[in-house]
Design a protein around this ligand. Structure first.
Ligand SMILES: [Zn+2]
Length: 116
């Protein structure tokens, strides 16, 4: 019954450049950004699993990419996705995504460990 009111609200939000949460979660741009974020994060987990043998410059570049992608995806969604994908990575590989140790999963949210 508040159909008109919600439409006006949407319009106002669009005009002021602030999307409503419903709109923000469904844009193709957002989906592409999240796919790129996931890819970079997977790469990061792989490097973590390999230990300190990786190329240092490579790691620094990837880290910069990740910082940018976290900005693009936006918090708190970036953290929610990271938790989800970190756990999926662990289930798939059995390697801790945060320190590369095999057979343990250090959940930073649970143990109070800092994030990498
Ligand atoms: Zn760990």
């Amino acid at each position: 019954m508040d159909n008109l009111a919600s439409r006006i609200l949407n319009l106002v939000a669009r005009l002021s450049g602030q999307e409503t949460p419903a709109l923000a979660s469904a844009t193709p741009d957002q989906a592409g950004t999240e796919a790129a974020y996931r890819q970079a994060l997977q790469r990061w987990f792989e490097l973590t699993a390999q230990g300190p043998t990786g190329d240092g410059e490579d790691v620094a570049q990837l880290y910069q990419d990740l910082l940018r992608l976290v900005d693009d995806v936006g918090e708190p969604r970036a953290s929610t996705l990271r938790r989800e994908w970190a756990r999926a990575w662990w289930q798939e590989t059995g390697v801790c995504p945060f320190c590369g140790e095999r057979g343990v999963y250090h959940d930073p949210e649970q143990s109070g460990e800092g994030t990498a």
